[in-house]
Design a protein around this ligand. Structure first.
Ligand code: G6P
Length: 367
């Protein structure tokens, strides 16, 4: 058993540690002469250039990868992008035209709602790209093109390495769309790609010293509830952080865009209430810091995931988890990792089975 887990106490930890490899494998061979090489999508630059609307559809953790992708596709390619859980998308009447691209994200490639949404979208005339971890899975077979995340088999029910593989794959897709639309030059793409590749090492750095993460987890383990906050990219990252925590530790967790706190969740805060904030360098950093001040003023216990070298943040947080500096566009890749470890540490401290949480299945093939 221990051999299967590569010497780690559980599959989740093993899979978290595989992430630098997943990033490297997902990127291998993808940049050729300054151009994104995603030939398996089988669409010319002219066809890609015609796309004027993107829907990302998915469930669970894969949906959160979609939220990250929205920021990137809109930010770089300037194409309006909606992200929707598949079980909602399929039962409404979304606006689909021949220039609509539907991107279906599914680790297993067999989630019932995601598959049904793909079928519907194709009947309505959309092009569908699948992003999946399982070769030959139904999502792969039923899409017009597929990008495989190179996570390899994921055993822990709570997704970690395949989430990172999805985020990296969607980042490639966003770069491809931006390049096809003429919104990024070859040089910009080269630079971004290099920085994207550097995240593999940055994740290694995070994995090499987890003391601050474990300490923050110990401080939060007996809480009844926790609030995850962030803005921009951080808002999307915080959703995945909250999901990971509730999935494996059964500690109720909720994510909120930090600017919305005053419209509800701030009422929850009192002495020692854990507020986990994505406080990495970004255009909205100062705004986020003011939310931390509001939280501290109400006695909350603030855990901040922050950029290395940010000494000021210590004034606003009880626990700081430092991660290497990356551009905001890549912050989901780095900032998600300490949140995975944080959730796992809490789950272990609470005596939970981190690989097999109660009531959850690895893939949901029924409605
Ligand atoms: C289940 C799993 C999650 C996963 C979700 C979507 O809920 O427990 O880890 O994110 O299904 O699965 P998919 O295979 O479509 O990504």
């Amino acid at each position: 058993d221990l051999a299967e887990k590569g010497g780690y106490p559980d599959f989740m930890l093993k899979e978290i540690h595989e992430q630098p490899r997943v990033i490297r494998d997902t990127l291998a061979g993808r940049l050729v002469d300054g151009h994104l090489a995603i030939d398996e999508l089988d669409l010319s630059h002219e066809e890609l250039n015609l796309i004027d609307r993107v829907y990302v559809i998915a469930c669970g953790t894969s949906y959160h990868a979609g939220l990250i992708a929205k920021n990137l596709i809109e930010g770089w390619a300037r194409i309006p992008t909606e992200v929707e859980v598949a079980s909602e998308f399929r039962y409404r009447n979304p606006i689909i035209t021949p220039s609509t691209l539907v991107v279906a994200v599914s680790q297993s490639g067999e989630t019932a709602d995601t598959l049904a949404a793909i079928r519907d979208a194709r009947v309505k005339g959309a092009k569908v790209f699948g992003i999946t971890n399982v070769v030959g899975s139904p999502v792969a077979r039923e899409s017009d093109g597929v990008i495989y995340t190179k996570a390899n088999k994921e055993i822990a029910v709570a997704s970690t390495k395949s989430f990172l593989g999805q985020v990296v794959s969607l980042t490639l897709l966003a770069l491809l769309l931006a390049q096809s639309k003429g919104k990024l030059t070859t040089n910009q793409v080269r630079l971004l790609f290099r920085e994207l590749a550097d995240t593999a090492e940055q994740v290694e750095v995070i994995l090499s010293d987890t003391a601050a993460i474990d300490e923050a987890a110990l401080a939060c383990k007996d809480a009844a509830s926790a609030l995850f906050i962030g803005r921009g990219m951080g808002a999307a990252i915080s959703k995945e952080g909250a999901l990971k925590l509730k999935e494996i530790s059964y500690l109720h967790a909720e994510a909120y865009p930090a600017g919305e706190m005053k419209h509800g969740p701030i009422a929850l805060l009192d002495d020692g209430f854990p507020v986990i904030a994505i406080a990495t360098q970004s255009p909205v950093y100062d705004k986020l810091v003011s939310n931390l001040q509001e939280s501290k003023a109400r006695g909350a216990m603030v855990v901040a995931v922050a950029t290395e070298g940010d000494e000021d943040i210590k004034q606003h947080a009880d626990h700081v988890i430092y991660i290497p500096k990356v551009r905001d566009a890549f912050s989901a890749i780095t900032a998600s990792v300490p949140l995975q470890l944080f959730a796992r540490s809490i789950a272990v401290a609470r005596g939970c089975d981190v690989d097999q949480p109660r009531n959850l299945a690895k893939s949901v093939t029924v409605e």
